[in-house]
Design a protein around this ligand. Structure first.
Ligand code: NDP
Ligand code: MG
Ligand code: MG
Length: 335
């Protein structure tokens, strides 16, 4: 059995008196900065000039350039996009890190793949919420939280693990439960999940189902409802009560079809593809390709993004959602 930690299990107070600088005020930066401030932590924001800078200021945070914030901080939480993080770190954070400081992440990517190599005299910790930033903020406001992973890469002070737990608690995550991890485990699993199941897997599944139906002459509108719109309803049931609840709530016809056909669709070939993807995460090939595309100006990312944005599925979905005001994002904590 896994040991989960909750609020009552986090009793140390090594963060007391520390100034935490959030580098980046996007999805995670915005959520974590607000949650920690509401938990009584001294929070500042470090971000480049622009939309995020203005928003952090408007939200009442002392807001600086990354370098200025790094100078003032005891704890630097790196929440820029992963691909720019090592440049930001080298130019604007590393020069101002002092012995005893803490360097925090929400994804192990840069440290694990050695894009960032922190000095030996700082603690290097991770607090990775298992959910998007707007949900972390919304659930915090509602008195819950999103579960999180915590851990450390480097323990200079002897308290790195406790600090990571305290940070997670201040973010509201210990209300939902904390799980211990390592930078390697978090990075491998996070990349695997988003590529194979959560985003890559789900979008490919929806897209392929949509193609098969429309190529066979079925209406794109109906196909959209069938393979995309209903996805949320099924996911909600799985989220609330696992496969068992979903099957209980659906017809026997659908349950039988699901058992018999599903494993043929996601079969041996898909499993092998997932194993290959995991290997390329573990041996660093995916990270190398991703960083190379970034350094070349993201030609591949932008080409694929354009294809996705202009697909028939995207267009049909957009038209239909415009007629369904109830599905519009009504999340006022979203950044
Ligand atoms: P976002 O893209 O939402 O936000 C990035 C922030 O960094 C923005 O405020 C952006 O400002 C700022 N920024 C970009 N470039 C620079 C720069 N050169 N100098 C200073 N600031 C800059 O990122 P996420 O919140 O999605 O991701 C942050 C980290 O959290 C990543 O490590 C990610 O893997 C991790 N994570 C994210 C999750 C999520 O929910 N999205 C979930 C779990 C982990 P501007 O407005 O100017 O672009
Ligand atoms: Mg991720
Ligand atoms: Mg049933």
């Amino acid at each position: 059995t896994v040991e989960m930690l909750y609020d009552k299990d986090v009793t140390t107070n090594y963060m007391a008196g520390q100034t935490v600088a959030f580098m980046g005020y996007g999805s995670q930066g915005h959520a974590q900065a607000n949650n920690l401030r509401d938990s009584g932590v001294d929070v500042i924001v470090g971000v480049r000039q622009g939309k995020s800078f203005d928003k952090a200021k408007k939200d009442g945070f002392p807001t600086y350039s990354v370098a200025e914030a790094a100078k003032k901080a005891d704890w630097v939480q790196m929440l820029t996009p992963d691909e720019v993080m090592s440049d930001v770190y080298k130019e604007e954070v590393a020069p101002y890190l002092e012995a005893g400081n803490t360097l925090g992440f929400s994804h192990g990517f840069n440290v694990y793949y050695k894009e960032i190599v922190p000095p030996a005299d700082v603690d290097v910790v991770i607090m990775a919420p298992k959910g998007p930033g707007n949900l972390c903020r919304r659930t915090y406001m509602e008195g819950f939280g999103v579960p999180a992973l915590y851990g450390y890469y480097q323990d200079a002070s002897g308290h790195a693990e406790d600090k990571a737990k305290e940070f997670a608690k201040a973010n509201g995550a210990a209300r939902a439960g904390l799980l211990k991890t390592t930078f390697k485990e978090e990075t491998d699993e996070d990349l695997f999940g988003e590529q194979n199941v959560l985003m890559g897997g789900v979008t490919s599944l929806i897209e392929t189902g949509f193609e098969v139906l429309t190529e066979a002459g079925y209406s794109p509108q109906l196909a959209y409802f069938e393979v995309e719109h209903e996805m949320k309803l099924i996911c909600d049931l799985i989220y609330e009560g696992g496969f068992n609840k979903m099957y209980r709530d659906c017809s026997n016809t659908s349950e039988y079809g699901s058992y018999v056909v599903g494993p043929k669709v996601i079969g041996k070939e898909s499993k092998q593809a997932m194993k290959d993807a995991l290997k390329e995460i573990q041996n660093g090939k995916f990270a190398k390709d991703f960083m190379a595309d970034y350094r070349a100006g993201f030609p591949e990312l932008y080409r694929l993004r354009e294809r996705s944005e202009n697909s028939q599925l995207s267009q049909v979905g957009e038209e239909l959602r415009a007629r369904m005001p109830f599905v519009k994002e009504a999340d006022k904590y979203s950044n």
